[in-house]
Design a protein around this ligand. Structure first.
Ligand SMILES: [Zn+2]
Length: 93
């Protein structure tokens, strides 16, 4: 099966989710990760966020099966030890 980005669904993640897979259903994402970020905050809401960061202890939830654990739990499934990632800048509307 192919995703809308042209990658096979079972291909290993190689960018923001490098090495991550759900330990329960083996999904490669998307995952809901509790991150810290820098936000441009106005009185009526948030205009933009950047500098999203998380580490191995951040709470991570699989959107496919709702499994929730730490990022470390998701990394364990791929048999690699990876350093915490810093995400690319992501525009939020
Ligand atoms: Zn899952």
């Amino acid at each position: 099966m192919r995703t809308d980005k042209g990658r096979r669904q079972d291909d290993p993640n190689e960018n923001c989710l490098l090495g991550l897979a759900c330990p329960k259903c083996k999904s490669r994402g998307p995952f809901m990760i509790v991150t810290t970020c820098q936000a441009e905050v106005h009185d009526d809401g948030i205009e933009d966020t950047s500098e999203h960061e998380w580490d191995l202890h951040s709470i991570c939830s699989c959107k496919a099966c709702k499994y929730t654990g730490k990022v470390d739990d998701f990394e364990a499934t791929c048999g690699q030890t990876l350093k915490p990632k810093k995400a690319k800048k992501v525009k939020v509307k």
